[in-house]
Design a protein around this ligand. Sequence first.
Ligand SMILES: *[C@@H]1O[C@H](CO)[C@@H](O)[C@H](O)[C@H]1NC(C)=O
Ligand SMILES: *[C@@H]1O[C@H](CO)[C@@H](O)[C@H](O)[C@H]1NC(C)=O
Ligand SMILES: *[C@@H]1O[C@H](CO)[C@@H](O)[C@H](O)[C@H]1NC(C)=O
Ligand SMILES: *[C@@H]1O[C@H](CO)[C@@H](O)[C@H](O)[C@H]1NC(C)=O
Length: 416
Amino acid sequence: MGPIPLCILLPVTVLTVVVAGAAEENTIDDKYTWPQWKVPLVKKRRTVPLSSPNFSAHPQLELNGTCGIECQRRLPTPSLNDLEQFLSYETVYENGTRTYTSVSVQGLNEMTFWSRNTSSRHKREVYGTDTRFTIADKQYSTKYPFSTSVKISTGCSGVLVSPKHVLTAAHCIHDGKEYLDGARKLRVGILKEKSRRGRGRGGRAKGKRRKGDKGKEETLEKGEKGERKGRGKGKKSRSRRSVDSGKPSFKWTRVKQTQIPKGWFKGVSKGLTADFDYAVLELKRAPKVNYMDLGVIPSIKKLPAGRIHFSGFDDDRPGNLVYRFCSVYEESNDLLYQHCDAKPGSSGSGVYIRLKEPGQKKWKRKIIGVFSGHQWVDVNGDGRQQDYNVAVRITPLKYAQICYWVHGDSSECQVA
Ligand SMILES: *[C@@H]1O[C@H](CO)[C@@H](O)[C@H](O)[C@H]1NC(C)=O
Ligand SMILES: *[C@@H]1O[C@H](CO)[C@@H](O)[C@H](O)[C@H]1NC(C)=O
Ligand SMILES: *[C@@H]1O[C@H](CO)[C@@H](O)[C@H](O)[C@H]1NC(C)=O
Ligand SMILES: *[C@@H]1O[C@H](CO)[C@@H](O)[C@H](O)[C@H]1NC(C)=O
């Protein structure tokens, strides 16, 4: 359970072992290949202006009352109409205006639905599930795939899924009723190799844990000031840099707009809100680091070694990127249940796996989920709660929506 200090080689060793293990098991050629999906079309119907949003909610560390697998079996299958409502969405612009966009869904087929009466329960297996690795060495933390992980100024994590779009959890900016106070001036932090003086960093690295919004703003400001200072004293800082082997620090970028599916809003999708715990942030400027492609999640039987991976900025290791992998315990149509070790702060991280590109030998990582966080899950629908770490699965339908948000054109999102 305790933090395991990471020597430089460890993450690479782990990744190699995971992949090598997968390759060994790969007797049937297409077992670990990205499935090709025909994705439904999510299209904009109408956009209407709304009054400016209230920013007054507080971050939720844990979600309570998630409807688990047995619980979900008792719910009626959502109709096309329901789905269109859940996938309709709100946009908040940087200038404080807000719009509501209703969508239509076309080309939905049964493949899109996970069969509610098929049990996919797996025996819980422990694969060193309690281990998190701090990616402290900048050789790794600022390089792909780790460089795709970003910090959200409200205290969560996210992942770059295009040059300027970040996928995160909806609860990182909205509590189901209102936008978080801290979402008013949303920023996204990208880990960059230091480009400023070591002294400035000292202050920031000791930054407080981000509980309240005040602390957040403070830490942010410090970071930005440091940056400006660094820029002003170009030459001097360069000579300092060679002396300072310090770790990378956040470069903060403003957010141009945010999009959240209506399904996340309390009262819209009763019992299913956790299924829609995802949001997309568009950055004002592209941060010039690699992003990770979005994919559609295959069945957990196709996950190499049954495992998922994600990296985020857990609260208990401020300023550090933390990587972990674990096996999935159960899945529903929209959620993955697992016991990956994770602390608040890692919510919103992009969950990824690595499979082969069809017809190629090459392995490719894709984001197939959003880590939602620790939740109290009503497993059996009887009100009794069990704790799990939950991730939202990127189903064909969600792929269609997120891809549409990213590209602004659903015709680019027909095949995953
Ligand atoms: C904002 O708060 C006011 C007063 O509490 C309420 O009347 C209004 O409906 C809220 N607006 C939104 C968009 O939630
Ligand atoms: C979840 O919420 C219900 C009702 O609000 C409460 O009774 C219960 O104690 C909460 N459970 C946890 C684990 O917080
Ligand atoms: C706010 O920004 C949006 C998107 O850029 C724009 O469509 C809208 O007209 C702006 N509203 C105001 C009041 O400036
Ligand atoms: C699931 O249940 C429905 C109706 O109860 C039935 O028609 C269908 O065949 C079942 N599917 C599976 C995979 O068992």
